[in-house]
Design a protein around this ligand. Structure first.
Ligand SMILES: [Zn+2]
Length: 176
């Protein structure tokens, strides 16, 4: 299966803490253009197919195909831009508002007690898909263990991505 069938950042967290690791590549090359970019592709498919939980005007929210905890969300601008400074004022405002709502929704539906938020900027900064800006929102729970199983990618994900998507999407417009 094509690695880019669904949006996701396979090992961003590993590289967040071990930046020496190689960036995620396909056919030996980083994603550069929009044609092979999963974050550009996702909005052209259904929410269910792409694991999108909410479509805003300038940005959207999608489940990470490679979650480090259940409910690991990504906020992405629709525009294929690499850097946080590339966002317009309006995009920046919506990007921030969607991040805030993602936190509220995850607290409401999953009772998460903490979060890791972050953007890896550039290949050097550890971005799995450096060409298209995305913000990670990872819910945390007191009992979710230490970083080791998360980094190792061996943590059991107890809910399927489809179920998580549905719960988050259903709550998006009702949680305040
Ligand atoms: Zn893109």
């Amino acid at each position: 299966m094509d690695d880019f069938e669904l949006p996701g950042v396979p090992d961003a967290f590993q590289r967040l803490w071990t930046p020496h690791r190689l960036a995620y590549v396909k056919n030996g090359e980083q994603v550069t253009g929009t044609h092979d970019c999963p974050f550009c592709e996702a909005p052209s498919r259904s929410n269910e197919q792409s694991l999108i939980v909410y479509r805003g005007e300038l940005a959207y929210v999608v489940l990470n195909l490679f979650p480090y905890n259940p409910g690991h969300l990504l906020v992405c601008p629709y525009r294929h831009v690499p850097d946080y400074t590339d966002l317009t004022v309006a995009e920046t405002a919506e990007f921030a508002a969607l991040t805030q709502q993602a936190m509220r929704v995850l607290r409401a539906v999953a009772n998460s007690s903490g979060f890791n938020l972050g953007m890896n900027q550039g290949v050097t900064g550890g971005a799995g898909i450096a060409a298209h800006l995305h913000q990670h929102i990872v819910p945390r729970w007191g009992g979710d263990g230490n970083f080791l199983p998360i980094i190792a990618g061996t943590k059991a994900i107890t809910q399927t991505l489809g179920d998580v998507r549905e719960q988050v999407a259903n709550a998006w417009n009702t949680v305040e």
